[in-house]
Each structure stands twice: as C-alpha cells, then as structure tokens.
Design a protein around this ligand. Structure first.
Ligand code: SF4
Ligand code: SF4
Length: 393
C-alpha cells in the first residue's frame, strides 16, 4: 500500500500538472536514437528532460504554459488545460460572438480583466496554441484570428515568443497556400470590440489557485486509486497493468504500434474542408517529405519499424525457403517500403534510425502532396543485411 509520503508526493507532483504524457507516442521512448528534443527545446522553464529512452517533466518546475504540447510532433505530451477540444470550442464561441474574429488571450491579459469573457478563448500562454487549432478555426469560418498577449517581453513565459511567432507564421503560410484570406495576427492589447464593459463580463484569468483546486480533486482521485491498488495488491487481486514494454511490441506488420495523431488528423480534415491548395512549396514542421537514397538503403525496414504514424510502412511478402533449411512457417521479408506524406508528422525518426543514412526528411513541403492518399513506393538497391528483414506472423 502506498505510504502517506507517496500520497503527498502524488498530490504535489500533480499540482503543476496541466498536461499528461502519452509515452508510447514519444519517438525517443520508442527508440533512443531518435534525435527529437522539440518539447525540451520549447519548454519555457527547463522542466523537461529527454534522455535515452525516457522523457520526464519536473512537476516542480513545470509552469503549465503548454508550449511543449504545441511543439511535439506526435502529441506525446497532451495539454489538458485547455484540451484541444476546449480550445476549439473557445475559438468557435469567440468567432460567433465577434461576427467572425476568433481571438485568444493569454493569462496575463485575462488577469487584467479587460477582455469580454464571451468574446475570447483563454490559454495560460499563447505558446500553447498550435497550428492545427488555428487552421481549424479558419476552416470553420473564422474571418480573422487574433493572438492577444499581455506584453511578452516582461512575462515569465517570454521564452515561448519565437514559438508563438513561428506558429502564427506557419498557420498563415498554410492558409495562404490554401487560398484563404484569413490571417493570424499578433496583438499586444485587447481591441475595443472585445473589451469588457464591466467587471461581470471580464475574463478572470487562468489563476494558479483555481487551476490547482481543480487539479487537487483529480489528485485525490488518483491517490484513492493508488490506495485501492495497494489494498488489492496486499490481497493478491491487483489488476494487471500493461507496461510500456508490453505495449511497444513489433506487430504483424513488422512495426511498433503506430497510429494517427489526433491533432494531425484534425489538421488534414480542416485542409480537406478548405479545398485544393495552390501549387506551392511551404516551409512546415507539420509534415516531412521523406526521400530515400536507394544506393544506401539495404532494405532492413528499421525506418518503418519505428515510424510513429505509419507514414512509412512495410510491404511484406512470404520469405523464400532457404536452400538446405526447412521452410520457416509464416516468415516474411520486405518487398518494399511505402511512404504517405499526409500521415508523416516530420519527426525525423526514420532518418535518425537508418543505419545506412539513406533517408532525408525535408520540411519544404509541396502543398499539393499533403492531401494525396496514394503512397509512394521506395526500395533500396543494396542487399538486405537481414536486420529486421524477416518476421514471423
Ligand atoms: S516526440 Fe514529443 S515528447 Fe518525444 S522527445 Fe519529441 S517532442 Fe518530446
Ligand atoms: S515517415 Fe519518418 S519523419 Fe515521417 S512520421 Fe514516420 S518516422 Fe517521422
């Protein structure tokens, strides 16, 4: 049974928890050779450590700004305050109330009680706002989008500024490529039309006190859960808890479990709604354009094994019987690789894990390829070295 010290530890750690981790989606957890450190690089308080196969968020240091959650290509860190759904609802509500302008304010603006609560969406820091949310607002009818800050240069989250600017620029590049007139602008004051006329109407700010109160009740539930588990364990009836090692097992397709990234799916859906893009190349970290040098590829398939989304996948065929050996039942070998740009989140893992350095991931993306559903086949010219080349189903 967990001791009271453990309980206090659980409570204290959760006090600064505005997010949770989906470890199986983190490319570093999936393969220690992945070079991704986007979350740690974006973190405004040095709370994230990405080392070897693990990622850790120091609850003491985390300020809950949410910037890491917008930076992670695989949504391995998920923002809970506000969730993507809550942010989308806030943007839609703002757009309806303002006749087309969707506005997001940061906690600093909210604390000044100058904005009308019904006319704006609120986040603690604008670093939490991600490209898919902005493009989604435009696809749902916003005529303009404003990110309103409370004076970033003197804010404790000011390290998020380059990230906020890059997010706005990237959303604008996508909107332009898709022929939309909607633009994301940065404002440092609440425009008159969004101003609160009395304190009743004003946003109260994402206060740490209010935030902690909500989180404390979650923590209580977790502590109760931990206690229940302790009792069950004492009685020998503890439920089996799947470990990450159990989850991350190579499946019949010869790859680790992979799946669509919800936020990436939302972005594709928004772009589908907006129609055909212009024939332009955009600089975007939402996708990667993967090319393979056939002269360097030995068809081991390790790139597809660790791809978190299945954008790179293996086409398998029955392995031929080896001379002088009994036929291995169910053995497969790689026929070729397939790459689908729409599913790629540009994490770069395929290039990082490729032993022959055959793969390049570019962030210059041809807009017309983003919505293509047909995969491109790729095959190496070198002989397979046998690493990961055959699987038993
Ligand atoms: S995949 Fe996401 S959580 Fe993992 S290291 Fe990269 S940014 Fe961090
Ligand atoms: S294809 Fe490469 S860059 Fe794209 S999601 Fe898969 S591993 Fe990441």
């Amino acid at each position: 049974m967990p001791s009271i010290v453990d309980m206090v530890d659980i409570l204290e750690r959760l006090e600064s928890k505005a997010l949770h981790i989906e470890p199986a989606r983190c490319v570093k957890v999936r393969n220690r050779n992945a070079s991704c450190t986007r979350c740690a690089d974006a973190c405004t308080s040095g709370a994230i450590t990405v080392e070897g196969n693990s990622i850790d968020i120091d609850g003491e240091k985390c300020t809950g700004c949410g910037t890491c959650t917008a930076a992670c290509p695989t949504q391995a860190i998920v923002c809970d305050k506000p969730s993507d759904e809550q942010l989308a609802e806030g943007l839609a509500r703002s757009m309806d109330a303002n006749g087309g302008m969707a506005a997001v304010i940061c906690g600093r603006v909210a604390a000044r009680k100058t904005a009308d609560v019904d006319r704006v969406a609120e986040v603690l820091c604008l670093g939490r706002v991600d490209v898919p949310s902005l493009v989604g607002a435009a696809a749902r009818g916003a005529q303009s989008i404003a990110l309103i800050d409370g004076g970033c240069s003197t804010c404790k989250f000011r390290a998020a500024v380059p990230h906020i600017d890059a997010t706005a620029d990237e959303a604008n590049a996508l909107l332009e490529a898709w022929g939309s007139d909607v633009r994301v602008s940065r404002l440092d004051a609440v425009p008159q039309e969004l101003a609160a006329h009395d304190r009743e109407q004003a946003t109260g700010g994402v206060s740490r006190r209010g935030f902690f109160t909500g989180v404390k009740s979650q923590a209580k539930n977790l502590a109760t859960e931990a206690a229940t588990y302790g009792i069950e364990k004492e009685l020998g009836i503890a439920k089996e808890h799947a470990t990450l090692r159990d989850t991350l097992k190579v499946g019949e397709d010869g790859c680790l479990p992979h799946g669509p990234i919800p936020r990436h799916e939302d972005l594709l859906e928004s772009l589908f709604e907006m129609g055909e893009p212009d024939n332009v190349t955009i600089a975007s970290h939402q996708w990667g354009s993967v090319t393979m040098d056939p002269e360097k590829c030995d068809n081991c398939g390790v790139c597809a094994t660790f791809c978190p989304t299945g954008a790179l996948s293996k086409v398998l065929r029955d392995a031929p019987k080896k001379p002088g050996r009994p036929a291995a039942k169910g053995a497969k070998e790689l026929e070729c690789l397939e790459f689908r740009l729409s599913d790629c989140v540009g994490c770069g893992t395929c290039a990082d894990v490729c032993i022959g350095r055959a793969i390049t991931v570019s962030h210059d993306i041809e807009a017309s390829r983003v919505l293509e559903l047909e995969p491109v086949s790729m095959r190496g010219a070198k002989r397979k070295r046998g690493i990961g080349g055959a699987w038993r189903s």
